[in-house]
Design a protein around this ligand. Structure first.
Ligand SMILES: Cc1ncc(COP(=O)(O)O)c(C=O)c1O
Length: 411
């Protein structure tokens, strides 16, 4: 008799389940469909020529090293370069504070393994990045979800949540996936003050802050935490704070390289390195070298403005189309950067149900419920503007608007 595999799976994976939405979204590959669902970067501006040139150079100059096993911590010149850049921006770190990971997604898994205990409180925003929930779920947290508004996490509610002594918190302060919201400076400062007072580790996931297309840049939580530590201590110390930062090349270069990094106090990096060794030994050396070559040459300073300009145009196209085609009982966020915006439908309108109808009109989005750790958000949805051109955006929103008008007429 064949094994009943469901009975064999370990307890930690019981919470990992496929979803009907995931299956439905596969249908977006059909011809003529417009997908505002996936959070993919725009592939047409991937720097193929520069990557090709870097690849050839690496093979010619350091081919054997590129194709050999490497250190778990990551390619030393890349760690040094990232550390120098952060130090130049005011947060004093060395390579001992940096672990290269196979995407930030791996960083989330490693941090889940490091910090989350089964059945103990773990704080997230509501909504939050679905992929983080997927990474943390196997470690069995009891989620405490704190609401965000247009200024970011609501710090008065955060303080109440901290009284439950969570083992840690996971936040996305800049151009959040899924909502597009950015924490104001005041909220950032309040969060750092609260996390310090309650002595709670903070995971700051930051794939998007470089992709700001309007407004003034804001300091990372890690930078604020560093400044707080400097004030308390004797100044000019190497980073020792409560905040652990996740950063990635995925949105500023290409996601297919799978190169990202974690910044944390050196003792945390040492422990994470041991965990990573058990996961994949190290991130692909070749890919790290490509990321290193392009960063070292200053290519990102040229390339990131190109990405920003394209996403700005697409965000504008989406905002204009929403204004024109959506019923006025519907509201949405106006992100100043990133890849997404967030739509709130009238109470009682179920976005998952709407998706089924939308697919008939060959248009897709991600219903918002899956971004909520503890339920809710059925009347919300995420729209992505990064991987569709302005015409597709206008046509997609027109179709969705028509569907929504019909829906609201008949409800
Ligand atoms: C908030 C957030 N964190 C992490 C990731 C994963 O990024 P990476 O490609 O570095 O694994 C994503 C990807 O979309 C994301 O939106």
């Amino acid at each position: 008799m064949p094994i009943d595999w469901d009975q064999r799976y370990a307890q930690r994976v019981q919470r990992i389940k496929g979803s009907a939405i995931r299956e439905l979204l596969k249908l977006t590959e059909m011809p003529g469909a417009i997908s505002l669902a996936g959070g993919l970067p725009a592939a047409e501006i991937f720097p193929l020529e520069q990557i090709q040139a870097a690849t050839q150079r690496i093979l010619a100059q350091r081919g054997q090293q590129a194709l050999q096993y490497g250190a778990t911590e990551g390619y030393t010149p890349l760690r040094d370069l990232l550390a120098q850049r952060m130090t130049a921006e005011g947060v004093k770190v060395t390579r001992e504070n940096i672990l290269i990971t196979s995407g930030s997604q791996q960083g989330l898994d490693l941090l889940g393994k490091l910090l989350v205990n089964p059945g103990e409180p773990w704080l997230v925003e509501s909504p939050t990045y679905m992929g983080a929930l997927q990474a943390f779920n196997p470690y069995g947290p009891e989620y405490v979800a704190v609401r965000s508004d247009h200024e970011g996490i609501v710090t008065s509610e955060l303080e109440v949540a901290l009284q439950r002594h969570p083992r840690g918190m996971y936040v996305l302060p800049s151009f959040q996936n899924p909502s597009g919201v950015t924490f104001t400076l005041e909220r950032r400062q309040q969060l750092i003050e609260l996390a310090g007072r309650y002595n709670v580790p903070v995971i700051e996931d930051d794939p998007y802050s470089q992709l700001r297309f309007e407004g003034e840049p804001l300091p990372a939580l890690l930078a604020l935490e560093h400044a707080r530590q400097q004030e308390k201590g004797s100044g000019d110390q190497i980073y020792q704070g409560n905040v652990i930062l996740l950063n990635t090349f995925s949105k500023v270069l290409t996601p297919g390289l799978r190169v990202a990094w974690i910044v944390a106090p050196a003792e945390v990096i040492r422990k994470l390195t041991l965990i990573k060794q058990g996961a994949d030994l190290h991130t692909a050396t070749f890919n790290q070298m490509i990321a290193y070559e392009l960063t070292r040459e200053g290519f990102l300073e040229e390339h990131v403005p190109v990405i920003r300009a394209l996403y700005r145009e697409r965000r504008n196209a989406m905002l204009a189309a929403l204004e024109e085609y959506f019923p006025d009982t519907i509201s949405w966020t106006r992100p100043q950067g990133g890849l997404f915006l967030w739509v709130t439908l009238p109470e009682g309108l179920d976005a998952a149900q709407l998706l089924r109808d939308a697919l008939e009109y060959r248009i897709a989005f991600v219903p918002g419920a899956a971004f909520h750790a503890n339920g809710g958000g059925a009347n919300t949805m995420r729209l992505s503007f990064s991987n569709v051109n302005a015409e597709q955006i206008e046509e997609g929103i027109r179709r969705l608007g028509k569907l929504l008008h019909n829906r609201m007429l008949h409800s």
